[in-house]
Design a binder for this molecule. Structure first.
Ligand SMILES: [Zn+2]
Ligand SMILES: [Zn+2]
Length: 257
């Protein structure tokens, strides 16, 4: 089990559960030494219950995690961040978020803010746009971790040349800026899906991870906790490797934000 985790949600996003303090207690009980909170970022002028917190919840979120960090400082190191998605019109907002958070992770779910979700449909042209969004986010300095880089497989039935191009582009920007790719421990909750060429969790999806292995882009695990008990589900570290355990991955064992 990795001793740090920078991918943790709170009930504010509308699809996670549990009190902030329960996440901290669970993480300590599971043996984590560093935990970063990265709830789904709000965006100005957007209210989308069930997807992300509201703008008026942001200050309370930051204060709550900082307060817990102080309360539990002898037992665990807490960081407060956000999971963002890259939309060109929000660049000034990301600069503001940089000032009030310890870190940001990019977990791209939507092509357009609150529309065109990649898990509902993601054709070849969408995949290339997905990779472009991640590249833009990293190149602008808005992301410290690339979450579930193979997320787009939720909206597809198979791999393609465009998927390979996207994977290589994402690996290239990861290597160039030394931004780790996340091996997400929460994709297996969807169960194994029938793809054209295999039966697999949507992520990790082996063809993507073959390219990550080949390029030796840096890798970390992410719990992507949506409830406190997710920290205790250590069997996920084994299950998530089922299809890729023979690949040599460049795990960063002491990643620090
Ligand atoms: Zn979520
Ligand atoms: Zn997440």
């Amino acid at each position: 089990m990795q001793k740090f985790n920078y991918h943790t949600h709170t009930l504010r996003c509308g699809h996670a559960a549990g009190d902030d303090e329960q996440y901290v207690k669970a993480a300590i009980a599971a043996g984590y030494e560093i935990v970063g909170f990265s709830d789904h970022s709000p965006y100005p002028g957007v209210i989308h219950p069930g997807d992300r917190m509201r703008m008026d919840e942001l200050d309370g979120y930051l204060a709550s995690i900082k307060g817990l960090g102080e309360k539990y400082k002898d037992r665990i190191v807490l960081k407060v961040g956000l999971e963002i998605e890259y939309f060109p019109e929000m660049e000034d907002f990301y600069r503001e978020l940089r000032k009030v958070t310890d870190y940001l992770i990019v977990g791209q779910h939507n092509r357009i803010l609150d529309a065109m979700e990649y898990d509902k449909w993601c054709d070849d042209e969408d995949v290339l746009y997905y990779a472009w969004q991640i590249r833009q986010c990293v190149e602008h300095g808005f992301a410290d971790i690339i979450a579930h880089p193979d997320y787009f497989m939720l909206g597809r039935k198979g791999w393609s040349a465009a998927c390979e191009t996207a994977a290589r582009d994402i690996c290239a920007v990861s290597l160039r800026y030394n931004i780790p790719l996340e091996l997400n421990l929460n994709g297996l909750r969807y169960g194994k899906q029938h793809y054209d060429d295999r039966v697999s969790y949507p992520y990790p999806y082996r063809p993507f991870w073959e390219i990550i292995s080949e390029t030796q882009a840096p890798v970390i695990y992410g719990v992507d906790a949506h409830k406190p008990m997710n920290f205790m589900e250590k069997e996920r570290y084994v299950k998530v490797m089922e299809d890729i355990k023979d690949l040599e991955l460049n795990f960063i064992s002491d990643f620090r934000i």
